[in-house]
Design a protein around this ligand. Sequence first.
Ligand code: HEC
Length: 366
Amino acid sequence: MLATLTIDGQRRRVLMQANKNGFFYELDPATGKLVSARPYAEINWATGIDSNGRPMENAATRQLKDATIVKPSSAGAHNWHPLSFNPVTGLVYMGVLDATSIQAVTSGWKINLHDQTTGLDRGYVGPVRKQWLTLKPSGRLVAWDPAAQREAWHVELPDPGSGGTLSTAGNLVFQGRADGKLRAYRATDGKLLWEFDAGIGIMAPPMTYQVDGTQYIAVLAGWGGPEVLGNRATGKGKVAPGKLLSFSLGGSATLPPYERVVQPVPMPTFQLTASRPEIEKGRVLYATFCARCHGAEVVSGGLVFDLRYTPAGTHEKFEEIVRGGAAREFGMPSFSEDLTPAQVRLVQAYVLDRARESARTEAASR
Ligand code: HEC
């Protein structure tokens, strides 16, 4: 984003970016030279940015021994969701995600172009993973003072995922959230002024326009994309039919309520015998090839079929679907180049194990 700021008493044109890596960069738009960079979220991979704009890496994060917990997560401290700058308040408004990634290192790792090429060892089950699983991500709406390079105020979000922002001359900031709430805050201090329940998670930034003297705020309400598919760091979010909503002062239209009904996971009837070590191999293969769409630990983000609900009839055709490409027209790729029939059975055994576990715990909690 381009803006003119007063930095140390001098008017200065800057290009601003809240980088995924956790630093808020300000550059000279004409030369690309660094003006300043400061962390806007909790980070541990670097201690700062030097005067050339290069990160000063934290050597401890690169020790390449067992495994390392990296902050921010691979989803970024801030992702694509647009930021807004309000020249009246001088503040930038943005969603911030405090989450972590685990990077476990294997010496025998080989590049696989069908997988993410980050060297991640998904078979790693050591102590760092146990610690990592206890870390819960959190999200905030942050008002950042770019002239001073520090936070002015923030609002905690109940679900870490949040949408882009819009700030208006009326001292307002609008932001949609994973839980479907579109909110308006006072831009100077973050006081909540208004809220609307869209019934669906909101990722896009609201926008504003005027017709015949009436100002409208519009937002494309919808919850999707890779963060929701993978369903790890960014929370659950409300999945529902997407809509375009527009608001004005005195507007009277109402939205019919939508509540997504999630049935309990049924106890699978399909039988497949597998040992614990085989199920563990299936877990690693699932995490490598399936989790990015069907969700971490076989819990879908709601966009793609939750495999714990797979009926016996589909389990019979599991290999036809996974290697044979039988569901390709619905967006399910073929993994014939990545998985052998024996490996597909391991994945299937893990999926069934997760389904049984979910059916048992839900039955116990009912
Ligand atoms: C690129 C995204 C993507 C990946 C990766 C992916 N799937 Fe799918 N899968 C889909 C989509 C989309 C569907 C169709 C869902 C629907 O019909 O609602 C599907 C459907 C399925 C179905 C059929 C479910 C049913 O009852 O119709 C099975 C079984 C399945 N996937 C297994 C797997 C397995 C096992 C893996 C990993 C080896 C995997 N998928 C990886 C996207 C993906």
